[in-house]
Design a protein around this ligand. Structure first.
Ligand SMILES: Nc1nc2c(ncn2[C@@H]2O[C@H](COP(=O)(O)OP(=O)(O)OP(=O)(O)O)[C@@H](O)[C@H]2O)c(=O)[nH]1
Ligand SMILES: [Mg+2]
Length: 343
């Protein structure tokens, strides 16, 4: 099961109570106070984890609690600190306050940490209150309560390239060809039911790109047709979109209309997606109708940057692969010069 959105309840540990105690020893009638402080409660901590790409752990375990701090003890012993609850979240996790929808944080790098709920401070023991005028204080403080809250976690995958296309256009076939991911491909729509993240390895250039294959979009996805817009959040962070069209027009479809509908659906989801640089892969060039359709497509969309490919014969795939690296490198250079906030 692939979960990319879920709600959790987090509660940090309360601080331990301070202790009231006095030193009692033979021949020491005025031993004085020796009550230790309470320990701090355990935090609830988020940590970015490269090894996971799914929020499923949090679907089945939605409650996370930091341990309570230990109570203070006699002989000036402080209570132990509560154990931190560590939530290992996939990179690209955005955390929102469940009630207000306000963004709390984003976890983008491996090992990045964020304290979601801070553990309560331990209370002072009575030793803390001793003074020249009060040499036998009988007061101690309770620990402070740990922070608590309800949060919504949303995963927006981090990839360089987002693959967008109608079902059956060949998105997964291309992913299989050029990345290390092995999504299933078949001649029926919606073979891919959740995003697949693959790495394109450029051994000669010592570089690699990450590509996200998301389930097919269809006209009306904004009204929840097909799988709807549900998975488009996974291409929101991509630097480049690769729109893949079935240029053969399988099932009497017109590739030009497919392209128009894809753009429309992207716009309906988030018009900023149309501002991202995009390339078009005209797939299935091995089919007889492809050439004529490609000419018509070029005529209708003269500005589109089209790469004719065939995932079957692999013609054009190497050129496209090279171009993807070139484009992303260029975008990285621009990003370095004027870093834009990711979102
Ligand atoms: N002739 C031909 N068939 C292709 C080519 N690429 C993919 N196909 C076929 O098209 C069908 C759909 O391919 P997929 O890669 O599963 O398509 P998809 O876009 O991932 O589809 P969904 O996951 O359903 O959205 C499969 O039967 C593939 O064999 C191609 O270049 N030429
Ligand atoms: Mg697929």
């Amino acid at each position: 099961m692939f979960i990319d959105e879920t709600t959790i309840k987090a509660k940090a540990g309360d601080g331990g109570k301070g202790c009231v105690s006095f030193r009692r020893e033979k021949y020491e009638p005025w031993g004085g106070p020796n009550g230790g402080n309470g320990g701090k409660g355990g935090d609830v901590l988020l940590r970015g984890d490269d090894d996971t790409n799914n929020l499923i752990d949090f679907k089945f375990k939605p409650h996370w609690t930091g341990e309570r701090g230990g109570h203070g003890l006699g002989k000036d012993c402080d209570g132990h600190e509560g154990k931190t609850a560590i939530l290992r979240v996939p990179l690209g996790t955005v955390v929102y306050h469940a009630a207000t929808g306000e963004v709390v944080t984003e976890i983008l790098t491996d090992g990045q940490e964020f304290i979601l709920c801070k553990g309560g401070k331990g209370g002072w023991g009575n030793t803390h209150f001793k003074s020249p005028v009060n040499r036998a204080p009988r007061e101690a403080l309770p620990g402070e309560p740990g922070e608590a809250g309800n949060y919504r976690l949303e995963l927006k995958s981090i990839a360089d390239i987002g693959l967008v296309g109608f079902p059956n256009a060949g998105k997964s076939s291309l992913t299989n060809l050029i990345t290390n991911a092995r999504p299933k491909t078949a001649a029926y729509p919606f073979t891919t039911l959740h995003p697949q993240i693959g790495i394109i390895d450029y051994a000669a250039e010592y570089d690699r790109l990450i590509m996200a294959d998301v389930p097919g979009l269809i006209a009306g996805a904004s009204e929840n047709k097909g799988l709807g817009h549900r998975f488009l959040r996974h291409i929101e962070r991509c630097a480049l979109l690769l729109l893949i069209v079935d240029i053969n027009g399988t099932d009497a479809r017109d590739p030009r209309d497919d392209y128009k509908h894809l753009l429309k659906e992207l716009e309906l989801y988030n018009s900023a997606l149309l501002k991202k640089p995009r390339l078009v892969a005209a797939n299935k060039m091995d089919e007889p109708a492809a050439k004529a359709n490609l000419a018509k497509f070029r005529k209708r969309y003269p500005k589109a940057e089209i790469f004719p490919i065939s995932c079957l014969s692999e013609v054009g795939v190497a050129t496209l692969k090279k171009e993807l690296l070139k484009r992303i490198k260029r975008l990285r250079r621009v990003e370095k010069k004027s870093p834009a906030k990711s979102g």
